[in-house]
Design a protein around this ligand. Structure first.
Ligand SMILES: Cc1cc2nc3c(=O)[nH]c(=O)nc-3n(C[C@H](O)[C@H](O)[C@H](O)COP(=O)(O)OP(=O)(O)OC[C@H]3O[C@@H](n4cnc5c(N)ncnc54)[C@H](O)[C@@H]3O)c2cc1C
Length: 470
């Protein structure tokens, strides 16, 4: 059994997971390891093999390591060394963030780039080996949360103790859980366009050759748009993402591969020659838009039988740093909670704990991701000049050794990153259990009103365990 997962020894549950993407497959694998029976219903005909890139920040790599995937990861991932910011129009090196060895060692996990399809394959293989059943070409069309059943496109009805909505950005499970809030949102004024170039086709171009070797994450900051690039698949592919103003109202299936979009729509003229050359090497593109919602109030239906994870629970700007990391933190949190010695009747309490642990963390991360995306897309003008001046001023500090840089600079620059990177999802559950495990084992502990799923009432007489939920 992979490190970090113990198995519940009684009251095993049947979980039905809607969606076999990264959140669904990782959650399936980890819940099955925790002793439960898991079935995944996936609408696509088989495991999709997207060649787009994901970033695995230390908070995600930590989970992969805890699941014993460290060795496998080193075969498919590229270890990042720095983030470099270039002027989009002329390629001037504006600034950088160095992932100093000392910092990464203290975080006990590295920052990696991984191909989306590679990571999905890892989880689907692990899940299948653990005994998870995958049903492909099975689109879920409706859910009855009180009965704990789903209906599929063929009209079949399936039931489970818990239904997990891991069906991504356009989730069908979400409206059932969050209600009218699912319909309220504002369309992002930007669209994200991704494409992958084999590094073999870049090497003949002398000016592109350095991008085929350097494990840095390169970000071009252009007028009202940006592009970033990184290596995946043991440096066989270079993955690029453009963030552009949305030109058309029409929206296509997210992540669907299409022929290259016209140069004009791609704002190619805003970029320096190397970036233009890279864009012209693309043979297909994926275009993904998004709708911003206020963080959803509920992730668990009041029946206590349906829960959301991944993009279904917390849709974020596409191609951000933390989309996959939040999905894996969700999976680790849920599986660790369901590996605790609890009974079947305590399922709603564990789901409430999941919601309580995950909501604030994901809301902070969603806001931070959007703000970082906007920071790299500022239109030319005073705000952009101030940003570039700040990056230039920080360059000297960044080039210094970690020990020599000023403490004030490091605090301001790294505080937010360190908060995001140092989170340990398993440890968060362990802390929760230390506080609440004793109360859960008291037979008088009971779920309170189903409209307030995020709390359960500890027994009133035992004053030592009566305290605020974390
Ligand atoms: C094909 C694809 C390629 C992607 N490529 C990238 C990339 O290159 N870079 C990047 O940063 N992010 C990519 N993403 C998004 C990324 O996976 C997510 O942002 C993040 O990992 C969280 O994933 P998720 O599992 O919550 O959602 P998703 O990855 O969107 O997975 C949701 C899954 O649910 C399935 N599904 C949806 N509705 C139903 C239904 N009604 N019934 C049954 N199944 C359903 C979908 O087919 C999909 O497999 C991609 C997503 C997909 C689906």
């Amino acid at each position: 059994m992979p490190v970090g997962l113990t198995s519940r020894t009684e009251d095993m549950l049947h979980f039905l997971i809607v969606g076999g993407g990264i959140a669904g497959s990782a959650c399936a694998f980890s819940l099955q390891q925790a002793g439960h029976q898991v079935t995944v219903l996936e609408q696509s005909a088989g495991p999709h093999k997207s060649r787009g890139g994901l970033r695995s920040p230390p908070n995600m790599t930590r989970i992969l390591n805890q699941w014993g995937l460290e060795e496998g990861l080193s075969r498919i991932a590229v270890k990042a060394n720095r983030f470099t910011f270039l002027s989009g129009s002329d390629g001037e090196n504006l600034g950088l963030f160095v992932l100093h060895d000392k910092l990464m060692k203290s975080l006990l996990a590295d920052f990696y780039y991984i191909q989306h399809g590679d990571l999905l394959t890892v989880f689907q293989d692990l899940a299948k080996k653990s005994g998870v059943k995958f049903q492909y070409s099975t689109k879920v069309t409706s859910i009855d949360p009180w009965a704990g059943t789903v209906t599929t496109c063929s009209g079949a009805k399936m039931s489970a103790d818990v239904i997990i909505g891991a069906d991504g950005y356009k989730s069908v499970v979400r409206p059932v859980v969050v209600g009218p809030q699912a319909l309220k949102g504002v369309r992002d004024r930007r669209v994200s366009v991704g494409f992958t170039i084999p590094t073999d086709s870049m090497r003949p171009h002398e000016d592109l050759e350095p991008f085929t070797e350097s494990p840095e994450w390169t970000v071009w900051l252009a007028d009202d748009c940006s592009m970033h690039g990184l290596l995946t698949s043991s440096k066989r592919d270079y993955v690029l993402v453009l963030n552009l103003p949305m030109e058309e109202e029409h929206v296509q299936d997210p992540w669907a591969e299409r022929p290259p979009i016209s140069s004009e729509l791609l704002r190619i003229d805003k970029f320096e020659p190397r970036a233009q050359k890279l864009i012209r090497l693309a043979r297909s593109m994926t275009k993904t838009d998004c709708i911003h919602h206020e963080p959803f109030e509920n992730w668990v239906h009041e029946s206590g039988k349906v829960v959301l994870i991944g993009e279904a629970a917390h849709p974020s700007v596409p191609n951000g740093t933390h989309n996959a990391s939040m999905a894996l933190e969700d999976a680790m949190t849920l599986a660790t909670l369901f590996s605790l010695p609890a009974t079947r009747s305590q399922t709603p309490m564990l789901l409430a704990a999941y919601e309580e642990l995950r909501q604030p963390r994901c809301a902070t991360t969603q806001a931070s991701e959007r703000q970082k995306r906007d920071f790299v897309c500022i239109p030319n003008g005073p705000e952009q000049r101030a940003r570039d001046a700040g990056l230039r001023a920080a360059r000297e500090q960044e080039l210094l050794d970690w020990d020599d840089a000023s403490e004030g600079y490091l605090r301001v620059t790294w505080e937010e990153f360190i908060d995001l990177f140092s989170y340990d999802a398993r440890e968060a559950v362990e802390d929760w259990w230390t506080k609440w495990g004793k109360a859960m084992h008291n037979p008088r502990a009971r779920p309170c009103s189903t409209s307030n799923m995020s709390k359960f009432e500890p027994p009133l007489l035992e004053v030592d365990v009566v305290r605020e939920m974390p």
